[in-house]
Design a protein around this ligand. Sequence first.
Ligand SMILES: Cc1cc2nc3c(=O)[nH]c(=O)nc-3n(C[C@H](O)[C@H](O)[C@H](O)COP(=O)(O)OP(=O)(O)OC[C@H]3O[C@@H](n4cnc5c(N)ncnc54)[C@H](O)[C@@H]3O)c2cc1C
Length: 244
Amino acid sequence: MVYPEPWCMPRLFTAGIAAFYEGYYANKGVKIIKGTVAVGFTSNSNGEVKEVQLKDGRVLEADIVVVGVGGRPLTTLFKGQVEEEKGGIKTDAFFKTSVANVYAVGDVATFPLKLYNEIRRVEHVDHARKSAEQAVKAIKGSEEGKAVDVYDYLPYFYSRSFDLSWQFYGDNVGDTVLFGDNDPASAKPKFGSYWIKDGKIVGAFLEGGSPDENKAIAKVARVQPPVSDLDALTKEGLSFASKI
Ligand SMILES: Cc1cc2nc3c(=O)[nH]c(=O)nc-3n(C[C@H](O)[C@H](O)[C@H](O)COP(=O)(O)OP(=O)(O)OC[C@H]3O[C@@H](n4cnc5c(N)ncnc54)[C@H](O)[C@@H]3O)c2cc1C
């Protein structure tokens, strides 16, 4: 695996969280090269890829290459026809665009995120599904003359790899604490992080959580309980969430 950043998934993961996954992948035989990018490929006479050239001059042998370099919302089709903001199509809390009867949902929608009183875009499956549901509710509501509640989304991201599974709720801003067993060699690792801003927990991450434990961290991110002692929070870890 090759990536330019100092650790994997830096837009969400802290260095502490990433260290676990990098260690886990390394234990599976995955070699990680950081701080550089792929700049070219070499193929044989059959057109099969044989090498990947890195910006730092290194060359990696390869039989197959998987390129995951991100994406941008495809809004060109609508350029100049709908209002845009923050790289997406601007909507209200019902996913209505600036054009009557035109709705935008999922990755392309820039919408008011009520919990943080901010206009945001969210690129995740859960929001793609829920925003579509909200748009349908709004359309049906307007047809039937019924009021619909504004979208009140708690950001939720998840992923699975090998036998690992993590969930994250809320906002990853502010200070962080890392708790639990994050030894990549553990038989059943379970660890997490809280993000603390203005004396309140605003985000929570958990690897290896049970459905109830995941529900508990979601509640923490929604309720945003105050905390003053970060060392005590680190020690309490997941049991802090279970009390909320
Ligand atoms: C590599 C990768 C890994 C990801 N992993 C996760 C993950 O682990 N967890 C998670 O929550 N999210 C993940 N995501 C994000 C998630 O896939 C997206 O947030 C989600 O698919 C967004 O749904 P959407 O319906 O808004 O857009 P999309 O799923 O992108 O659907 C848009 C569709 O519109 C089509 N389209 C575009 N232009 C036109 C046109 N002019 N005419 C007709 N059709 C058109 C496209 O072909 C596409 O099928 C990942 C994304 C990527 C790329």
